[in-house]
Design a protein around this ligand. Structure first.
Ligand code: CA
Length: 731
């Protein structure tokens, strides 16, 4: 049935190609065609005016044929309107544009609707996610977007609900809890919709959950199927009888998935999906293992760690009607480095070795760019798109990596500096594919990581990172020279990758990692925001920068383009946040790029003459901690607990990230009771700082305070040395 819908639409679009595909849909929908239908979604590429699904089309190419704004006139692009958001955390959403209206999600899973031409606010919706949900989120309280079907929009909230909203009013039509909310599941990804089924995944692999993707009826939220990505721990548990999970179970030590000390295994599907309507295959990207350290998931008979641990770090093809498994390709067998394959999946057809191939492309965290046959899952090719030291290459016969044994830390038990690190060579930031250039634009970066296996690790599914590595091992000493040296190894770049030749055609260097998602257009342009507070347009063939706008904030979200009454617009949600922003040393980042968080939608058109309000100056308080009097033993205990429970949000080594409060400057540092009220009693729960009383004793919480005081004193001394070189003692 799907095949006939796809084929009919292709024919329709083919027939109209000469007169311009947008006329098949126009700027506005016809009478009685207001709601989004299967035909519209399958034919979305011909609907130039709108942006009706997450990656614009089911192929997720993020390429718009719109060509009114082109290399010749992009210099005249100016701000048409902007809208300030009421959240100040990471903004990662792709807006949808339907019939002259723009819909987007923000941090804390809020939804807003605007007139896409004028910026007039139409409605907003706040799902009132409980603040304490923030401590279940590895990577900020972000949300990446909506799905549209019929007259409704569909949102996944951070606390795991799927919400259907009336597209006209923002009223809730129904909502459904899609996860066990007693566990650390979160939802940040955009749902997708296939023929009236809303497909949604979840996150939480750092915290010990079991990953799955599920389908819900768009009409009423009834769950239609659930596809688990990792085996069940016990017989009779969900999915334990299915053949594909029984095959997976042979690649795990399933003992660790059962019992009171159980871990969920991870494998969460927290972002990418794509759909081929002709093959009727839904592709999902599967995340990392829980814990990261494979030695705890798959100890093996001799305790050396073996097993591929299917379907971690895999691309899996399933039937959208039933959730039936069809094929998989595992990018990182026996994953142990947080090398998710949840990164953006793009579908395209291209000639390879003289043959037209239907391919699927991905640049997962592990640093290799993969081209896979999307009908069969057959490996075609892979080459590194960033510096990689964990594998020499991918064996073309087996499609398996040729590993560097020194970086197989789960087996050696020894610390190792591995590239890419846990943030990957490319993270969630969407790529774009330009079919005319046959190039994939990758928002890539280089940030290696020190992995130190933790001995005698025990899971704690209540709070904190469950990774099986000592996250404090990579903390830098209080030496600005060393910190700058390390910062110098951090790179961020936009890479224009030729998927046939498997090599870059051009690349552009950015000041640091964690730059924005990408849009490619028929005007021969590539748009991308940067961590360095720019929003840029590049020539799609040469990489020459043709236009730049001062966004006043880091931009990580991907842009979209659309038309209203025949006029082309480009829109991007600005605002700095997400995993890297939470973990990077704020001082170091500030030296590489002046990052601040101003959460704001920016919309551009040719001749746009609007302006942003003047920038506020960045305030930087001097470090003024109380004296450090705790014993070395207490500080060491505090360091260990900080690394596991605090570092993911407040930066490793308590260096102060660029998004959340810098604990070295906290007023509670010198006030034992206040510190305890926050960390133990959870008085700031509504802000996202939940109680850690279930995981940390009062003594441990006090030790963390001692550690942060110690670190603040170290850094004050360091800054004194940096800021007053050679200065004689003051009077
Ligand atoms: Ca992860």
């Amino acid at each position: 049935m799907k095949r006939s819908v796809g084929a009919a639409c292709a024919l329709l679009l083919g027939a109209l190609a000469l007169s311009g595909c947008e006329e098949a849909f126009g700027d506005t929908f016809g009478e009685g065609e207001r709601g989004i239908t299967a035909t519209m979604l399958v034919g979305a590429d011909g609907d130039h005016a709108n942006w009706i699904s997450h990656g614009r089309t089911y192929s997720e190419q993020r390429y718009s044929p719109l060509a009114q704004i082109d290399a010749g006139n992009v210099g005249e692009l100016g701000l048409a309107w902007h809208a300030d958001m009421d959240t100040a955390r990471g903004q990662e959403a792709t807006p949808l544009v339907i019939d002259g209206r723009l819909y987007l999600t923000t941090a804390w899973s809020k939804v807003k609707a605007f007139d896409a031409a004028t910026g007039e606010p139409l409605w907003s919706y706040d799902p009132e996610v409980p603040g304490e949900t923030a401590v279940k989120a590895c990577c900020d309280v972000v949300n990446r977007g909506l799905a549209a079907w019929g007259d409704a929009l569909f949102l996944g909230t951070l606390d795991g609900r799927l919400v259907a909203l009336d597209r006209d009013t923002g009223e809730v039509l129904w909502e459904k809890v899609t996860v066990d909310q007693s566990q650390s599941y979160t939802v940040t990804g955009a749902p997708r919709v296939i023929d009236g089924k809303i497909i949604i995944g979840n996150g939480g692999a750092e915290f010990g959950v079991r990953g799955y993707v599920a389908a819900y009826d768009a009409a009423d939220g009834e769950e239609l199927w659930r596809f688990y990505t990792v085996p069940a721990g016990t017989e009779g548990e969900d999915g334990s009888a299915t053949a594909y999970l029984q095959r997976a179970a042979e690649t795990w030590n399933t003992d660790v998935l059962a019992g009171s000390d159980a871990i969920g295994g991870g494998g969460t599907v927290w972002d990418s999906m794509a759909y081929d309507p002709d093959l009727d295959l839904l592709y999902i990207g599967v995340g990392n293992g829980s814990p990261w350290n494979r030695a705890y998931r798959s100890p093996g008979e001799d305790g050396t760690g073996e097993g591929d641990n299917l379907y971690l770090s895999s691309i899996v093809a399933i039937r959208p009607d039933t959730g039936e498994y069809v094929w998989h390709y595992q990018t990182t067998p026996g994953e142990t480095w947080d090398y998710t394959a949840t990164q953006h999946i793009i579908l395209a057809d291209m000639e390879i070795d003289g043959e037209m191939r239907e391919v699927l492309m991905q640049a997962p965290k592990n640093g290799f760019f993969y081209v896979i046959d999307r009908a069969t899952g057959e490996f075609i090719s892979a080459e590194p798109y960033v510096a990689v030291n964990w594998a020499e290459g991918i064996d073309p016969e087996t499609g398996r990596p040729i590993e560097n044994p020194e970086t197989r830390i789960d087996k050696t038990g020894e610390p190792a500096l591995v590239t890419p690190g846990a943030l990957g060579g490319h993270n969630w930031h969407p790529m774009a594919y330009h079919p005319g250039e046959n190039l994939v634009y990758i928002p890539a970066f280089e940030a290696g990581m020190m992995y130190a296996p933790e001995s005698d690790w025990k899971p704690d599914r209540a709070r904190g990172f469950n990774v099986g590595f000592d996250l404090g091992a990579g903390d830098l000493p209080p030496d600005m020279g060393i910190r700058r040296e390390v910062a110098g190894t951090l790179r961020g770049m936009l890479v224009a990758w030729d998927p046939v030749a498997q090599e870059p055609r051009w690349s552009v260097e950015h000041p640091g990692p964690w730059n924005g998602g990408v849009l490619a257009t028929g005007g021969g342009l590539v748009f991308q925001g940067t961590a360095g507070s720019e929003f840029n347009a590049y020539d799609a063939s040469s990489g020459e920068r043709l236009w730049s706008f001062d966004a006043q904030t880091g931009v990580v979200a991907p842009p979209v383009t659309y038309t209203v009454d025949g006029e082309q617009y480009v829109a991007v949600l600005a605002g700095w946040g997400g995993a890297y922003a939470l973990s990077v040393d704020g001082e170091v980042m500030a030296r590489k790029a002046p990052v601040r968080n101003v959460s704001r939608l920016l919309v551009f058109k040719l001749g746009g003459a609007a302006a942003l309000p003047a920038e506020k100056a960045l305030a930087s308080l001097p470090l003024d901690p109380p004296a450090s009097r705790a014993s070395a033993e207490t500080i060491a205990l505090g360091q260990q607990k900080y690394a596991r429970y605090c570092a993911v949000c407040h930066a490793p080594g308590a260096v102060g990230s660029t998004v959340l409060p810098d604990l070295r400057r906290s007023g509670t540092l010198g006030a034992r009771e206040s510190w305890m009220a926050v960390v133990h009693d959870g008085i700031l729960e509504d802000n996202g700082m939940a109680s850690f009383a279930g995981s940390l004793s009062r003594e441990e919480i006090e030790a963390i305070r001692a550690y942060v005081i110690h670190r603040a004193n170290e850094d004050r001394e360091m800054e004194g040395r940096v800021n007053q070189p050679g200065k004689v003692a003051r009077r």
